[in-house]
Design a binder for this molecule. Structure first.
Ligand SMILES: Cc1cc2nc3c(=O)[nH]c(=O)nc-3n(C[C@H](O)[C@H](O)[C@H](O)COP(=O)(O)OP(=O)(O)OC[C@H]3O[C@@H](n4cnc5c(N)ncnc54)[C@H](O)[C@@H]3O)c2cc1C
Length: 326
């Protein structure tokens, strides 16, 4: 529990971690059982807001209901709670309603492209028993879904949809070109031990024995790109901080990022194996009963989505692959 003061001039504290909607007397008695709070007094009790929702497993990835074409659901009606959760679904449902009316293909994001993709995939694949919140821990590709690269992940997609105006697009293209140019510059630099070793020694990292690529220094945990550019590199080109940040992240974490990209590619292979709509899972007796029932109810679009339904085992996925002729 965190005891959070409500202000400088009040004795009121918020008991973070004690939130409950139990009856007032019960809350009162429970609070006074906490060591240190035996004499605590209440300003106001905790409360809960209850609301109904439609099980989100009845939706497709475009947030259209499976039963009523062109009816799209977004937000709390899908069992989520939170401003951002509601807003991102509203955006996706709005985009897709527009595309549907214009006879265009749905726009979806997968789990490696955006937290929005994780949220929608979780909801429609797993459903939810309690108000769903978008915790970062729900995403398996957290190295890819970074805040600093949201523009690199999504701006081009937004542009295709007509949601990115010319000025914003020009700014984005310039930033991408600058990152490319900064990366190429850095990749072409080498460094002489006599220019680097005094600084390396100060930073308590091993001295260079011979001339080598400057970029290799960036991967050393003791060093930051900013320091290397300032103390070791020569004739550094002018770029904004956010451009150098992308260059540095790309170099420092390249090993981990590459590993994750391999996992993303693996996911995409399963994700590309589409299941025909209306596929009848009930007839595949080799599947476990639980799998058959859940697959029939949720009607996943792809083998990737099927693999994320709780209770559907890797063995079930192998069986489905055989039935889909793979
Ligand atoms: C007290 C409280 C505090 C909260 N604090 C936070 C917080 O700090 N941070 C956070 O992220 N989230 C918070 N939330 C949750 C967040 O507010 C909601 O999850 C989010 O606003 C839901 O957005 P929504 O668009 O799905 O639904 P809503 O915002 O509920 O919008 C639904 C809209 O539909 C309208 N409507 C309903 N029926 C009809 C009808 N028949 N015809 C036409 N219109 C209709 C309603 O009037 C309403 O405007 C809080 C919620 C509450 C109640």
């Amino acid at each position: 529990m965190f005891i959070e003061p409500e202000g400088w001039d009040t004795v009121e504290v918020y008991i973070n971690g004690f939130s409950t909607s139990l009856p007032e007397e019960v809350q009162h008695d429970a609070l006074r059982k906490v060591p240190g709070f035996e004499d605590a007094r209440f300003f106001r009790p905790g409360y809960a807001v209850e609301y109904d929702y439609f099980p989100p497993t009845q939706l497709t990835h475009s947030l259209e209901t499976k039963i009523v074409p062109r009816l799209f659901f977004a937000g709390q009606i899908n069992g989520t709670t939170g401003y951002e959760e509601a807003a991102c679904q509203g955006l996706m449902a709005g985009i897709n309603a527009h595309l549907a009316v214009n006879g265009k293909e749905a726009f979806t994001l997968d789990r490696s492209q955006a937290y929005m993709g994780v949220l929608i995939d979780d909801l429609i694949t797993k459903g939810t028993e309690e108000p769903y919140r978008m915790f970062t821990s729900r995403a398996e590709f957290r190295l890819t879904l970074r805040q600093d690269n949201a523009d690199r992940r999504l701006t081009a997609l937004g542009r295709q949809l007509g949601l990115i105006q010319d000025a914003q697009w020009a700014r984005f293209e310039k930033k991408m070109a600058d990152i490319d140019s900064a990366e190429s510059w850095l990749a072409a630099q080498s460094v002489d031990p006599k220019d680097a070793n005094a600084y390396l020694e100060r930073m308590e990292t091993a001295a260079l024995k011979q001339r080598g690529p400057l970029a290799q220094l960036v991967s050393r945990p003791q060093l930051e790109l900013e320091g290397i550019l300032e103390h070791v590199a020569q004739q550094v080109p002018e770029h904004t901080e956010e451009v150098w940040e992308q260059v540095e992240i790309g170099l420092k974490y390249s090993g981990y990022i590459e590993k994750e990209l391999e996992q993303v590619a693996k996911l995409k292979r399963l994700e590309n194996l589409r299941i025909p709509s209306g596929f009848s899972f009930d007839t595949i007796t080799a599947l476990s009963m639980e799998s058959r029932q859940k697959l029939q109810r949720i009607q996943p679009d792809t083998l990737g989505q099927a693999s994320r339904i709780s209770g559907v085992s890797p063995a079930d996925i192998q069986i489905l692959m055989v039935h889909l002729g793979r």
